[in-house]
Design a protein around this ligand. Structure first.
Ligand code: HEC
Length: 152
C-alpha cells in the first residue's frame, strides 16, 4: 500500500504549517525540526528497523540472516570524531555512495525506491518538482532522525 508511506509527509507538513502560523520566530523553527525528527522516526521504523533494530543498534530480526551485520547507527558520530556527517549519510541512504567498495552492498538503496513512490503519486500529471521535494524530504528527515539518536 503505497499511500500509507505518503500520508505521514502530508500530515507532518500540515502540522508544521498550522503551528508555524501560531508560533512566531524561533519556536516555529524548533517545532519544524521536531516534526522532521518524528517523520524520520516513522520512516525508520517502517523501512530500517527490521535490519538496524528498533533503537538503531544493528540488532533487527533480519540482521541474523545477513552475512554482514547491519551497522550500529548510534555510533556514526563516534566514528566521525564526534561530528555527525549529514551529507555523507544522506548519500549512503540515497545510494549515491557505496558503503563497501570491495564487496556486495547488503544495505538497500533508497533514493530510487522513494523516487518511484513519488512518481506513482504524481500520476498522469508530470510533477517532477514535487517528486524531487518528496524524495529529498524523506531522506533528509531520516538523516535528521539518525543524528538525533547518536550515542553521546
Ligand atoms: C536489508 C537490511 C537493511 C535495511 C532494511 C537497511 N539497512 Fe542500512 N545497512 C545494512 C547493512 C548490512 C549495512 C552495513 C554495510 C553493508 O554491508 O552494506 C548498513 C549500513 C547502513 C549505514 C552506514 C552506517 C555507517 O556507519 O557507515 C547507514 C547510514 C544505514 N545503513 C542507514 C539505513 C537506513 C536509514 C535505512 C532505512 C531507510 C536502512 N539502513 C535500511 C542493512 C540494512
Amino acid at each position: 500500500m503505497t499511500f500509507s508511506h505518503i500520508v505521514p509527509v502530508q500530515i507532518a507538513s500540515a502540522a508544521v504549517i498550522a503551528f508555524g502560523l501560531l508560533i512566531p520566530g524561533s519556536a516555529a523553527y524548533a517545532l519544524d525540526d521536531e516534526a522532521q525528527i518524528k517523520l524520520g522516526e516513522s520512516e525508520y521504523m517502517s523501512n530500517c528497523a527490521a535490519c538496524h533494530g528498533p533503537h538503531g543498534m544493528g540488532d533487527g530480526p533480519v540482521a541474523e540472516v545477513l552475512s554482514t551485520k547491519p551497522s550500529d547507527l548510534t555510533q556514526i558520530s563516534k566514528k566521525f570524531e564526534g561530528k555527525f556527517p549529514r551529507e555523507h549519510i544522506y548519500a549512503v541512504v540515497d545510494g549515491q555512495k557505496m558503503i563497501n567498495p570491495h564487496g556486495d552492498r547488503l544495505m538497500p538503496v533508497w533514493g530510487p525506491r522513494y523516487w518511484s513512490l513519488a512518481e506513482q503519486r504524481a500520476g498522469e500529471v508530470p510533477h517532477d518538482v514535487d517528486a524531487a521535494a518528496m524524495v529529498h524530504g524523506r531522506i533528509t528527515a531520516l538523516v535528521r532522525y539518525l543524528e538525533s539518536i547518536q550515542a553521546p
